[in-house]
Design a protein around this ligand. Structure first.
Ligand SMILES: [Zn+2]
Length: 96
């Protein structure tokens, strides 16, 4: 590649990097360093998973919620459906 065209790509990349709306993560895998232990969290094919015991029972957990918050701009809408706001609403409705 000509050096001048590579420079053009670098400039374009810098511009893209300032526009987070351009990127939507289709899958995500992370090693999460929790307070008590490390957990493996992933998002793929529209489903979250986490190796912690809480997730096994509730299908969400603090690790998934943290990643939803951290990558809110980059995750597709369906990946944010179980975000805490919805869960809190659900809990309040369930109380009464
Ligand atoms: Zn977890």
């Amino acid at each position: 590649m000509m050096r001048s065209s590579l420079i053009g790509k670098i400039e374009k990349a810098r511009r893209y990097a300032q526009e987070p709306g351009r990127v939507t993560l289709s899958s995500l895998t992370a090693n999460f360093h929790g307070e008590n232990a490390d957990h493996r969290v992933s998002y793929a094919d529209g489903q979250w998973s986490c190796t912690c015991a809480f997730f096994g029972q509730w299908e969400t957990c603090s690790h998934v919620m943290a990643l939803q918050e951290m990558y809110r701009a980059e995750l597709p809408t369906e990946a944010l459906e179980s975000f805490p706001e919805d869960i809190e609403t659900g809990l309040k409705t369930g109380d009464h």
